[in-house]
Design a protein around this ligand. Structure first.
Ligand code: PLP
Length: 357
């Protein structure tokens, strides 16, 4: 029995009729850019997340980028963030000319350490960008001298934005996935929301009068319709993910596996990923692969060591906790379609591998 890391066809099969109907509705309407599907999805998303404003955009990356544009991030501005995340968290701000200042992660949660983040702030810091990694709400810095932004690409369903804004991704493997690229910005700030609405469509208001230099960061109607249909199932899917995580935790604890650490649970954790840490990570990943069990490494290389950030001058050892996480973290299958027997197979294989040296 093969256990895929993520079974796209099985995930889609569960809602296929709803998705087909949503796509057909858009095709029949002939309205592919903007229109009621987009505004209705934004309204549903705001209601679901508890955000005052929800703005659909073209991807999670573009959500961060258009937010950076709306905040008028300029060369010389500093952004403090975590090196243990997907590239876009830092890349979206670096593209605006910001200097990225990395601060190390909390060893317990692997999210940005709020104390390290505060210590990295200077008078030039415009924002601390924290990441709700793997679906867990990161602890926020208290009394920060700048804006707090949450990269919530992996944590939809864990509540409203806690800082100035939060960005979402609807990449197909996120907890709410589109049939393509899509994203959103959530904020309680009406002025910021209005700027994002302007910038995502070439800064035009009205049409052909360009108040600002924006871009095309719009959410397509077809994605909005699919997302709206799937949003109705999201709470159920999150509940299943949480049950899977709980079961992994119990089974792995009962087996008392040597050299294995499981990241701790948290109240609003939505488990986009279930991650374990072991110094024998690569051996374990190979062992699982040989048994037909999928796993993934998030993330193999910390951002401060990426070639494109070489000019920032970070050396190996600069962010020891993030570097250790990159060497030891392994994500196990946790999607809603994962069956009980499949999960047992994963646990058995992890135990077998780590119990024999
Ligand atoms: C997925 C992800 C993104 C980027 O989202 P896309 O929709 O793929 O552009 C950004 N940040 C984090 C933490 C992510 O997991």
């Amino acid at each position: 029995m093969l256990v895929p890391f993520f079974d796209m066809k099985a995930e889609l099969a569960a809602v296929r009729a709803d998705v087909d109907a949503a796509i057909a509705r858009v095709l029949d309407s002939g309205a592919f850019i903007g229109g009621p599907e987009v505004t209705e999805f934004e309204r549903d998303l705001a209601a679901y997340t508890g955000a005052t404003h929800a703005l659909g955009v073209s991807s999670g990356t573009d959500a961060l980028h258009v937010l950076a544009m709306a905040l008028e991030i300029r060369p010389g501005d500093e952004i403090v963030t975590t090196p243990f995340t997907f590239f876009a968290t830092a890349g979206a701000f670096a593209r605006m000319g910001a200097r990225i200042v990395f601060a190390d992660v909390d060893p317990c949660t692997l999210c940005l350490d709020p104390h390290a983040a505060l210590a990295a702030c200077t008078s030039r810091t415009r924002a601390i960008v924290t990441v709700n990694l793997f679906g867990r709400l990161a602890d926020l810095p208290q009394n920060a001298p700048c804006a707090i932004i949450e990269d919530a690409a992996q944590s939809i369903g864990s509540g409203p934005p806690r800082g100035l804004a939060a960005t979402l991704s609807f990449f197909p493997t996120k907890n709410l996935g589109a049939c393509g690229d899509a994203g959103a910005v959530l904020t309680g700030d009406s002025v910021l929301a209005d700027r994002i609405a302007l910038l995502r469509s070439h800064g035009a208001r009205p049409k052909y009068q360009h108040l600002s230099i924006g871009g095309n960061f719009r959410l397509d109607a077809i994605h909005a319709a699919v997302l709206r249909a799937k949003l109705r199932y999201l709470d159920e899917w999150i509940a299943i993910r949480r049950r899977h995580a709980q079961r992994y935790r119990e089974l792995l604890a009962d087996a008392s596996v040597p050299d294995l650490r499981v990241l701790p649970d948290a109240p609003h954790h939505v488990y986009n990923q279930f991650v374990v840490l072991t110094p024998r990570r690569d051996v374990l990943r190979g062992y699982l692969a040989a048994k037909g069990i999928g796993s993934e490494v998030y993330y193999p290389e910390p951002l401060h060591m990426q070639p494109c950030f070489a000019e920032l001058g970070y050396k190996t050892g600069a962010m020891p906790r993030a570097e250790a996480a990159c060497a030891e973290a392994l994500a196990l299958p946790i999607s809603p379609s994962l069956g009980r027997l499949a999960q047992d197979r994963v646990v058995d294989a992890v135990v077998d591998c780590l119990k024999c040296k």
